[in-house]
Design a protein around this ligand. Structure first.
Ligand SMILES: Cc1cc2nc3c(=O)[nH]c(=O)nc-3n(C[C@H](O)[C@H](O)[C@H](O)COP(=O)(O)OP(=O)(O)OC[C@H]3O[C@@H](n4cnc5c(N)ncnc54)[C@H](O)[C@@H]3O)c2cc1C
Ligand SMILES: NC(=O)c1ccc[n+]([C@@H]2O[C@H](COP(=O)([O-])OP(=O)(O)OC[C@H]3O[C@@H](n4cnc5c(N)ncnc54)[C@H](O)[C@@H]3O)[C@@H](O)[C@H]2O)c1
Length: 473
């Protein structure tokens, strides 16, 4: 059978663009179908880019406030300026994901919402497109929990918060996960009075417990945090939003000008008519095998819509796997073991692999844990940033199974652990790498030195060396 295209990609976000560009670069005929007027997806428009631009702008305001103090009027002006900087940053980065750029690569772009007609055919506006292979990269949307009254109030999500131009005096954030934390702290630093309500026993629930408790301590100095709270109802009171919750058997409420909901993501599957193509979903996301094939082997799913790990770098990794498999005919598996992530709070949180609790469960007594407090590192001491920790988890032979840190810039300087893990090197090999003093990643090499201290200096070999030195030298 003849098809219009070799590859049709649904969704022009991080995953879809990686597939479209990769497939076109290998000479495949590619259709890219995106319902929004611009390419770039959530990451560019409502996710990574605006949030990181906001965090940076908020840091500048916060530092200014710390140095000179700021009046309400100054906060109002700086808030508007910060939000305009966010919008400009998105516009600037849009150039990388411009339609013209992809057209030049040979990709045909359709601006339509699409759905399956059958497993090789997509309805695209008034026409139908057929493709030999189809890649679904439809992304995800914010979950809005079924809280009583939620539909009657004007709540914000990551899709609307970046459009604010006037500083709200107060904000209540439901959800103390990654989005909640990054945005709550940024807003607090812009002079907004923020309260975070988290259902779990702690914020940053996916992080190593010890790291999360440091985060909670630091962030609670800038925002109010209520944990183990069940939100029961929201309503409006004199133009303000009131969130009612229960905690440990008693009731409470928080009132604020604005409400942000950040309680997780759901895969965008509902308008794709997946059933017409015979594509199976699992727990609301598109079910894929390790080769990222759906229940129909010529249809693949990458990025947030397959429910694996909702990060841009994962969508990119999965996109490359699909190019190898769908375009080049290889059999590459997606692997998630070595995927790091960073929570861009101040201080930043770096996360790679298993937490200490998970690693203990898996490795038991074979697990080695190496920790350096930032208060033991000259650079962080010099900068008065001593609230932080590096924690590396290895097997007894030094294979890295988890790496975690909280500290200023941890997302950058901790990646050296991710790099050596990616290169299949042992953790202790970092001890032999000379780090410029006093670069922050000395905290990592300091931690690697602990491996040798444990292995060598506390061992029988060390006793033998001491005997040799004392006896013969
Ligand atoms: C506030 C926030 C901050 C974030 N920060 C980070 C970060 O710092 N680092 C990080 O790694 N990740 C971050 N993420 C996660 C990251 O944004 C996502 O993991 C990433 O965007 C997923 O890419 P994707 O291609 O799967 O989906 P998307 O980028 O969302 O792209 C999906 C595209 O498909 C389109 N689409 C959907 N259905 C259809 C249809 N039927 N027809 C046509 N088009 C359709 C959508 O319009 C969309 O453009 C953040 C997310 C949020 C919300
Ligand atoms: N820096 C980054 O890489 C980055 C930044 C933002 C988002 N993201 C991605 O986006 C994903 C989604 O982020 P998120 O923060 O929405 O989800 P999340 O899963 O990280 O956190 C959601 C939080 O909301 C809490 N929660 C759920 N229901 C609740 C309720 N009814 N009341 C109170 N609390 C409730 C959960 O216990 C959890 O702590 C992340 O997992 C991440 O993959 C990444």
């Amino acid at each position: 059978m003849n098809y219009d295209y070799q590859i049709a990609v649904i969704g022009g976000g991080s995953g879809g663009l990686t597939v479209a560009a990769g497939a076109a670069s290998f000479g495949a005929s590619v259709a890219l179908i995106e319902r929004k007027s611009e390419l770039g997806g959530d990451c560019l428009h409502y996710g990574c880019m605006p949030s990181k631009a906001l965090i940076h702008a908020a840091e500048e305001v916060y530092q200014t406030g710390q140095l000179t103090g700021l009046s309400d009027e100054q906060y109002d002006r700086l808030f508007t300026q910060a939000m305009e900087k966010v919008s400009k940053a998105v516009t600037n980065v849009q150039a990388h994901d411009s339609k013209d750029r992809f057209k030049e690569m040979g990709v045909d772009i359709y601006q339509n919402e699409t759905e399956f007609i059958d497993d090789h055919t997509l309805q695209v506006g008034s026409r139908m497109i057929t493709a030999k292979r189809i890649v679904i990269a439809a992304g995800s949307s914010p979950v809005v929990p079924p809280i009583e009254g939620v539909d009657e109030v004007d709540y914000l999500t990551n899709e609307s918060i970046f459009s604010l131009r006037e500083r709200p005096e107060s904000l209540v954030v439901i959800g103390g996960g990654v989005i909640g934390l990054e945005l709550a702290q940024a807003m607090a630093r812009l002079g907004v009075n923020v309260t975070m309500i988290e259902a779990g026993e702690r914020i940053a629930g996916k992080e190593d417990k010890e790291i999360a408790s440091i985060a909670q301590k630091v962030i609670s100095e800038q925002t109010s945090i209520i944990t183990e709270a069940k939100v029961e109802r929201v309503d409006t009171f004199e133009g303000r939003i009131k969130v009612h919750f229960s905690k440990e058997g008693s009731k409470g409420s928080v009132e604020a000008d604005k409400l942000l909901i950040a309680v997780g993501r759901q895969a965008n599957t509902e308008c794709l008519s997946l059933d017409k193509a015979g594509i199976v979903t699992k727990e609301g996301a598109i079910d894929v095998d390790p080769y990222l094939r759906t229940s129909k082997k010529h249809i693949y799913a990458v990025g947030d819509c397959n429910g694996s790990m909702p990060f841009t770098h994962v969508a990119g990794m999965e996109g490359k796997v699909v190019v190898s498999n769908a375009v080049l005919g290889l059999s590459r598996k997606a692997s998630y073991e070595k995927v790091p992530w960073v929570v861009y709070t101040a201080p930043e949180i770096y996360h790679l692999g298993l937490t200490e609790e998970e690693a203990h469960e898996r490795y038991g007594d074979r697990l080695l844990t190496f920790k350096t407090k930032l208060s033991d590192n000259d650079r962080f001491m010099a900068e008065h940033h001593t609230e932080g920790l590096v924690k590396i988890l290895t097997t007894s032979r030094g294979k890295i199974v988890g790496a975690h840190a909280i500290g200023p810039g941890a997302g950058e300087w901790m990646q050296e652990v991710g790099t050596i893990q990616g290169l299949n090197k042992k953790f202790q090999s970092l001890s032999n790498v000379i780090h410029p003093y006093p670069a922050r990643n000395n905290a990592v090499s300091q931690t690697a030195d602990l491996y040798w201290r444990e292995k060598l200096f506390d061992s029988k070999i060390n006793q033998a060396i001491s005997w040799y030195v004392q006896t013969f030298r």
